[in-house]
Design a protein around this ligand. Structure first.
Ligand SMILES: Nc1ncnc2c1ncn2[C@@H]1O[C@H](COP(=O)(O)OP(=O)(O)OP(=O)(O)O)[C@@H](O)[C@H]1O
Length: 327
């Protein structure tokens, strides 16, 4: 989602809260019951939810409903992604093809509209997940171990490879958008597809075109240099964003973190970082140089805008690191 620092007034409306027990009917006429609120994002509210045939929504309910005013764009984009590219049969097909036991993209469940006019709501039902990694990282005094980071990087490369195979990029990868599984906290899911975009339409890649009107879109700490320049996000941008997140997780800080209100400066510092990844990683982590993250960034910094990343090569960097530590 768009930058939180800089404190611009919200470009989107927030919606009124729904009471527990409220019923929402999805487009296939299935009814869902709202439970307790479990969070709020930049634009919407999130509630525990369950099939309305049950008498109440228990604390261990298996679903979450995200609600936004119908006029807002992000949930509309997110639902389009889920419907087109996250059907459970497509995810299963990919899992079988790649022989992966798990792919961290939650499957599409349902969506719908409620009410009309200015008070109309759009909602989406999702599988319930657990804690987001940003909260966990803060609790651990802004430090993940290199082993944890390597495991998370592999999960994210797998999830991005699936998304990219469906012609979509995420464009907003960050700890707050990576959730542990609710039932199995060892699995992690990439969520929040409010900025997900098609980088390719039926095999034809979008052309690189910098557009100052679209400049600096995404989360300012991590957004890609392409996004800073207003170009449509592509696969290399997803990997660059993930790279900034990995450095943040291991180092506890980023060189541009004091400059977040100056998007141009942030872009310049990111360009310098990607021009010389060794200097970037070394200065961020002076006492324990994470060679695996450096190797990853070197590959990412050489990707062309339209290039298909070598997912295996990127994954193998972290797999070899884990092997070397006996994990
Ligand atoms: N499926 C889910 N299960 C459990 N918690 C969730 C789920 N989806 C989102 N959350 C929680 O709600 C928070 C906000 O969700 P999300 O990022 O999708 O909303 P948003 O309106 O797009 O927010 P933002 O503007 O912060 O990016 C997440 O960081 C997470 O803590």
């Amino acid at each position: 989602m768009p930058p939180k620092k800089g404190k611009k007034p919200p470009a989107h409306k927030l919606c009124a809260a729904l009471d527990p027990g409220f019923i929402l009917k999805d487009l296939k006429k299935k009814e869902w019951m709202i439970g307790n609120a479990i969070g709020s994002g930049g634009f919407g509210l999130l509630y525990l939810a369950d099939d309305a045939s049950k008498s109440t929504v228990k604390d261990d309910a298996g679903y979450v409903i995200k609600v936004e005013p119908v006029k807002n764009g992000p949930l509309f984009c997110e639902i389009a992604f889920y419907q087109r590219a996250a059907k459970s049969e497509d995810i299963d097909k990919w899992r079988k093809k790649t022989k992966l036991p798990f792919v961290g993209i939650p499957p599409y469940i349902a969506h719908g509209l409620h009410g009309s006019g200015d008070n109309g709501l759009r909602f989406m039902v999702m599988p319930r997940c657990g804690t987001d990694l940003h909260k966990t990282w803060l609790k651990l005094n802004k430090k993940f171990t290199r082993t944890t980071i390597a495991k998370l990087a592999i999960f994210m490369i797998d999830a991005l490879e699936y998304m990219h195979s469906m012609e979509y990029v995420h464009a907003d990868i960050k700890g707050a958008n990576i959730l542990q599984g609710y039932k199995d906290p060892n699995n992690v899911y990439l969520v929040d597809f409010g900025l997900a975009t098609r980088y390719m339409i039926e095999g034809t890649h979008k052309e690189y075109k910098a557009d100052p009107r679209k400049a600096h879109n995404g989360t300012i700490e991590y957004t890609s240099v392409d996004a800073h320049k207003g170009a449509a996000p592509s696969r290399r941008g997803d990997f660059e964003i993930l790279g900034f997140v990995l450095v943040h997780w291991v180092a506890g800080k980023l060189p541009w973190e004091e400059k977040l209100s100056d998007a141009q400066k942030v872009m310049e510092l990111k360009m310098a970082a990607m021009k010389d990844p060794k200097r970037f990683v070394k200065s961020s982590c002076p006492s324990d140089m994470p060679d695996e993250i450096l190797k990853y960034l070197v590959i990412v910094s050489n990707l062309e805008y339209e290039e298909t990343p070598d997912y295996n090569k990127l994954r193998n960097i972290f797999k070899s690191f884990l092997k070397s530590t006996g994990t």
